[in-house]
Design a protein around this ligand. Sequence first.
Ligand code: IVH
Length: 726
Amino acid sequence: MGNPHTPQQGSIFEENLAPALSGIEKSAIEVDALVAQLNHHAHRYHVLDAPEVPDAEYDRLFQRLQALEAAHPELIRADSPTRRVGGQPLDGFSPVRHAVPMLSIRTETDTEATGAEAFDARIRRELGLGEADAPVQYVAEPKFDGLAMGLRYEQGVLVQAATRGDGEVGEDVTQNIRTIGQIPLKLLAHPGQPAPPVLEVRGEVYMRRDDFEALNERQRQKIAAGAKGEKTFVNPRNAAAGAVRQLDPAIAAQRPLSFFAYGLGEVSAAAEGGPTWATHWDMLQALRAWGFPVSSLVAVATGAADLVAFHRRLGLQRDALPFDIDGVVYKVNRLDLQRSLGFVTREPRWAVAHKYPAQEQMTTVLAIEVQVGRTGKLTPVAKLAPVFVGGVTVTNATLHNEDEARRKDVRVGDTVVVRRAGDVIPEVVGVVPRSGATAPDGSPWPERGAPYTAPAHCPVCGSDAVREDGEVDTRCTGGLFCGAQRKQAILHFAQRRAVEIEGLGEKLVDQLVDGQVIHSLPDLYRLGFVALASLDRMADKSAQNLVAALDKSKHTTLPRFLFGLGIRHVGETTAKDLAKHFGRLDAIMDATEAQLLAVRDVGPVVAHSVHTFFQQAHNREVVEQLRACGLTWPEGEGTADNASPQVLAGLTVVLTGTLPTLSRDAAKELLEAAGAKVTGSVSKKTSLVVAGAEAGSKLDKARELGIEVLDEAGLLARLQVGAQVP
Ligand code: IVH
């Protein structure tokens, strides 16, 4: 500046400032700006769920920062987001002594309302409050089911993350914790509250239920592909604990973890620049402002009545939450009162955990039975000694399929862990190993049954049961001949989302099918009042209502009817798409696979399933009979442009090899519908080759001649987008 040789405008920075700032200084300024921006965007994305920029922009900034750091490793800052990934695998974790011990809290074992009342009564007694004194103010929080973590920030920058360990000494898991996008690497600027020199934030690392399911799905695929040393996790807490204690941070980074802040460890005193909050609530608000996730379920509660209401309300929400909780925690809100209440042995007097019924329990397997589903799927189900889990008494738990049952090696006589979380079907998590010479109650261990094998015949109708190559499920081949499938088919047709026959429930369908009163879906509409009223336990009034409900259900819509037929892979959405595209049921029934493939979102699997369903004479017969019984729905023209777009007009195409989903005939039909001529051998006249697995000499020849080759996905893409063939 002040340079007498100031050149033309526009190059002031380069010509004028450059001599003052070296390259490294400029890079340092840019690194600072990038780190601040990236940390801001990470908070918007991971904590607030409200990103301001597209992912691509984040990636661009991130890559720029990576490049600068690669060029100048001395500029890598402790709060750089690039440190969230990578790092070297460790041999073990170093011990960390907690400056303030990480305590546990007393658990109110009574899961009913009295737990909250007992806690409030104790607090009032300790504080010397009488009847006339005002109610005590609390903060009520979910008790997150994960693992406790202490996050140490010095001058606002994350320097260490430690597990609880024995409460005095934990383990240094900083590398892994850095990979959690929700955890700030640097406290966000907070006008009212500058970052204290030392701040240790405590909270829970956990895994969301959807992340857990997706992780286990990935694990199952790895195992199926033959990966060694991989396993599935029994519940989100176990998966989270495994990820936190993973020695290779690259693997930890692939395990999706989340975090909620709920407290503090060591903090600088007010005189040394520390905070001066009066309440726990204020502290939580400051943590939120600094960028930590604080659960929106946390609430201020006044007196015992509010605590009871909180416990009840969260209990009702529990199954629907995106993460597991095992109870609620009540904390005295005023920090001065917390201090005066202090601690008994190793637990604070000012807080208590109030549990919900556990979602996992142990019980014994009495039998393993096989259930038949609507589509004939045979599911092994463990019959259990009744056990109270997740708020209900459970006597059945699914073993999913043969592979799962064998992998877990669940057998009659075993002690197992049963889990019921959310409104999902209870499942057997695993077998508890037998230890000791006798069972815990002193009786001899019961004999173990044989390992589970899928039956060769349907247990209900005796038809062959088959497991196709590459499928996990064994299916009954009996179709609607099978009583179990018939019952399920009727219930599916009658459900609210299908034609809706009000009052037709499981018990009644059992009675009708088992008593041979009806044999098929159409029979249902042939039942009159007299037949219904003569059923056991059927009052005249109920019979009348059912007749009315049957009549009402006759006026339906095409999507509901179609969905109600229970065609494999045809859910409500697909049924709507099909109805919209074709307009009329007959058009759907007569559609070729290629025509079905022209429907929006319909792929080869669905097209094949719909086509096969309507190729079966007995299914067409059911449809005709239902129509004859008076079922009607409005029909229209459909939105399909009946002539498929002739995107391959004039081309000569050769098919070779096995395509992953399309049969040879379906592929041929599809190509021809798009205007192509399909021939058997590759020559100079060939315009395109569609190749699948084990394509041999034809593919080689095509390559030799420089002919374009597509795989199935490429073909489908071309047909659907109608791209021009060069
Ligand atoms: S406060 C001194 N609040 O429950 C009080 N703990 O035994 C320290 N937990 O290991 C704990 N949610 O991991 C607190 N909202 C919450 C919590 C919570 C889950 C866990 C924590 C601790 C155990 C308490």
